[in-house]
Design a protein around this ligand. Structure first.
Ligand code: BEZ
Length: 224
């Protein structure tokens, strides 16, 4: 079945982009990476999403996350559309965006990566791309996958929040609870015994009493 599952290695595809031909693993290097797909160039929701992604590019860069978009049109179309995206942001209508856009005009990558939306068809009845978000770690393995239909735009602030959680939980034995924001307390992961947790989290562990008597809601201040 096409598509990518958590833990799968990113395919090392070659593709034409608005910043030249790339090999995906070389593009990622040792960084984290985010690949986000779009149904089509010159469409309204996509334009707002790419505008927001461009505004947030410095935040992704601060987190060592390389960004790359994908849409099923040509490089030429992508470059022309980029002018609209910059103008939508109130910037000069130039072709340059702070990340490349993959030209997947034959939808080969979209099929390989399981990105098609069967409910949104082009004029020839062929499915458009859905709004996929793939986040890859520095080991090139898939850490997060979100799939939105073409008709629902994503929240890029939420994607940044998720990246913060992925990066924190990749390196510390914690998990982030509902609606967590950077700086909030985090949860000690269930597999970590209490005695080890006490040593690992010197700022303290706060347990909430529950009717079951089980002490599994273990909070600790976000570790550095
Ligand atoms: C859009 O980007 O606006 C869009 C694209 C395909 C289907 C619906 C909306």
């Amino acid at each position: 079945m096409p598509g990518l599952l958590l833990g799968d290695e990113a395919p090392n595809f070659e593709a034409d982009t608005t910043q030249g031909r790339i090999r995906f693993h070389d593009f990622l290097g040792d960084s984290w990476g985010i690949l986000f797909s779009h149904p089509r160039d010159f469409t309204p929701v996509c334009t707002t999403e790419l505008g927001q992604a461009a505004k947030l590019a410095p935040e992704f860069s601060k987190r060592n996350v390389k960004m790359i978009a994908l849409s099923i049109d040509s490089v030429e179309d992508h470059l022309s559309w980029s002018k609209d995206i910059n103008a939508y942001n109130g910037d000069q209508p130039e072709e340059k965006l702070p990340f490349p856009i993959i030209a997947d005009a034959k939808r080969e990558l979209a099929v390989q990566l399981g990105m098609l939306d069967p409910d949104e068809l082009d004029k020839d009845g062929i499915p458009l791309t859905a709004r996929v978000v793939f986040v890859f770690g520095p080991d090139k393995k898939l850490k997060l996958s979100i799939l939105y239909p073409a008709t629902t735009g994503r929240n890029f602030d939420e994607i940044l929040r998720v990246v913060d959680s992925l990066q924190l939980t990749a390196y510390k034995k914690v998990a982030t609870p509902v609606n967590w924001k950077p700086g909030d307390s985090v949860m000690v992961i269930p597999s970590l015994p209490d005695d080890e947790a006490k040593k690992l989290f010197p700022k303290g562990i706060f347990t909430k009493d529950l009717p079951s008597g089980k002490k599994y809601l273990r909070y600790t201040p976000q570790p550095e």
